[in-house]
Design a protein around this ligand. Structure first.
Ligand SMILES: NC(=O)c1ccc[n+]([C@@H]2O[C@H](COP(=O)([O-])OP(=O)(O)OC[C@H]3O[C@@H](n4cnc5c(N)ncnc54)[C@H](OP(=O)(O)O)[C@@H]3O)[C@@H](O)[C@H]2O)c1
Length: 328
């Protein structure tokens, strides 16, 4: 049973909560009143390792969390991670890690949240800015007390190693689920483990795939602004073919007496990672939080491994534009 996650020198409750979908990417953009029930439930449960980013609706997601935390006076209860590295204001867009960007964006984050974040990542790596410039700039923010920890998101193993030789990197945030295991083979997970960098697994439900009640019968059901419309894995024939993976995991969950999302999250935790599933719904938050009570035996882990290895999803995990941003 995994109830806490060792994040560097502190213990944090696991699983965490991915806040992106409250405002961005998956077809919702909730007001404070609409988001309040799920955020209040997270506080009540103790699900308090929250993840946001500047680019999630250009500051809207950070502001939503800041407003909620102010209103309910719960700053001392939450660990907040945010990210810069993708321009989204003043008509600018695209990946940038320039020191000027990092310094400007973290100040904006602090203003919207109303306090300094606990962890600040570079969301994507900009190959045009040398790590010798970007990493010291990020670490200077830490030294100035603007964040406690620093991290990188979706970088290559080589970048992670080099960055960590310039300044201590505390966290890597990258995709990992039973539906997407690419970082098992590109050395990222192994490098993070070797360098004692905490691995925060985003999209641990495969962007909503590894669940009992998938809301979509066809790719046409995604909202017009849902990013899954741009993802080959979720489009055309792949949408239907990749369902087989869920069916296999569903059978195991049924045998275990838990839900599919719970077994999927227990699997991620079992790899020594912190899963940060997202949901806009109170009941699903409770369900996902219940993964804490799911302990997979060695036999069940082996069965999950067999399913995961035999049923790799078909199709790229990002559309062309986003693909160009990862792996640097
Ligand atoms: N660093 C990065 O580049 C990066 C990229 C993507 C995401 N992230 C972070 O990771 C977090 C999670 O990723 P994600 O939202 O892409 O994927 P996810 O957590 O794997 O899946 C979220 C989706 O699953 C649905 N869902 C959640 N629990 C469910 C349940 N028990 N039953 C049925 N459906 C359920 C949600 O819909 P409802 O809202 O309708 O419940 C939502 O559509 C994000 O919030 C963000 O903080 C980071």
């Amino acid at each position: 049973m995994v109830k806490t996650f060792q994040f560097q020198d502190i213990q944090v409750p696991s699983p965490g909560f991915g806040c992106m979908g409250l405002s961005h990417g998956l077809g919702s953009n909730l007001s404070l009143e609409q988001a309040e029930p799920v955020l209040l439930k997270a506080i009540e449960l103790g699900c308090t390792f929250w993840d946001t980013a500047v680019v999630y609706q250009a500051g809207v997601n950070e502001k939503l969390l800041g407003d909620f935390i102010r209103k309910h006076n719960v700053r001392d209860k939450v660990f907040i991670a945010s990210k810069c590295g993708v321009a989204c204001f003043d008509g600018e867009s695209g990946v940038t890690n320039s020191p000027a960007h990092i310094k400007k964006y973290i100040d904006g984050t602090i203003e919207r949240l109303g306090f300094t974040p606990d962890l600040y990542y570079l969301h994507r790596i900009d190959p045009k800015t040398p790590l010798e410039e970007s990493i010291p700039a990020l670490d200077e923010c830490r030294k100035a007390g603007k964040t406690k920890y620093i991290g990188l998101s979706e970088c290559s193993a080589k970048t992670l190693r080099k960055a960590n030789s310039i300044a201590k990197i505390h966290a890597i945030q990258a995709e990992y689920s039973a539906f997407e295991t690419l970082h098992e083979t590109d050395d990222l997970i192994a490098t993070a483990a070797e360098l004692s960098i905490s691995y925060i697994a985003y999209s641990p439900l495969g962007h909503g795939w590894l669940v009992d009640n998938f809301d979509y019968a066809s790719p046409d059901d995604f909202a017009p602004d849902d990013f899954r419309r741009t993802v080959p894995k979720f489009q055309g024939e792949n949408f239907y073919r990749n369902k087989a993976i869920v069916e296999e995991i569903k059978k195991l969950a049924k045998k275990k007496g838990c839900s599919t999302s719970q077994i999927a999250l227990a699997w991620v935790s079992g790899q020594g990672m912190m899963p940060i599933p997202g949901t806009t719904k109170v009941g699903r938050l409770e369900e996902n939080w219940g993964s804490r009570d799911v302990e997979l035996t060695e036999e069940e882990m082996a069965e999950m491994r067999r399913i995961v290895d035999q049923a790799k999803p078909e199709g790229e995990r990002y559309g062309e534009a986003h693909r160009a941003w990862v792996g640097h």
